[in-house]
Design a protein around this ligand. Sequence first.
Ligand SMILES: [Zn+2]
Length: 318
Amino acid sequence: MNWVDGHCDVLFKMWKDPINHSFTSEQSALDVTWPRIKQSRVSLQVFAIYIPQRVPRSGTWEVALRQVDYFYERIVRKNGPLFHVQSQHDLLQIGRGIPAALLALEGVDALQGELAYLRILHHLGLRQVGLTWNYANEAADGVLEGRNGGLSNFGWQLVKEMERLSMILDVSHLSVRGFWEVIQQARTPVMASHSNCRALCSHVRNLTDEQIQALIQRQGLMGVTFVPQFVHNDPQKATVDDLLGHVERVCSLGGEGILTFGSDFDGIDHKIPGLEHAGHWDHWWNALIKRYPESLVYQWAFGNAIQFYERFLPAVKG
Ligand SMILES: [Zn+2]
């Protein structure tokens, strides 16, 4: 089986500690490595730029560029292991059996209120943007910001620019109010790259049934995620079976056609037993195939996400 993984934090770890986070080494401290991607047949891995809150605002842009540099130097560089997908045309490479990488941004703090910085990252191949991490920034409130604000004027300028550039908007981490504003007013494609179901696990990072239904109506994408805190109210107890419950819930709402996966590997310290790194996708396949027909599992592992990107990435790199 081939997989699409909608979210990982490899670039953040490389920036934090480049020595111990080799992408190609078998001994790497990373969860997502080239040997594991190859072993699990991950066809498309999304790599997020993430800047931790402790970086002062004035330093965020440089940190983002350093992470882009790691993406180019270690992951997609000429003859590097993965092919950098930036357009519909590029997706053809996946069909030819070449594993690919897509560049995303988790929180626009690094843009420092500058639309020009979004355009520069777009030129560097950025295609998917989450407006916030968990807290507020110039664009919007994150989901842990108690006041639950929506998008700011800058947030809307950013969304308009993303519409113009055909960029994908990721609503994982966004405040509930921000989510609904985006659903009602943004014309960008919308996805939640790594979120589960609030009805089964009450963490605020998870989506309510109404939010999931809105993503379905919007023909978006929802990446069920392996983060134990988002799987079970007692994260220590989270199992593969609990994760299957989230898959079942999305399906029961009519979401078979938007379901995909966003592991959050390298962004989490604790793991679901058996789903601990990118070499474990086979375990997830074995669990899914016991409950669902192969054609459906194929859609969730690969088809839904690939069709989404085929529909919404720009036709050619421009
Ligand atoms: Zn995240």
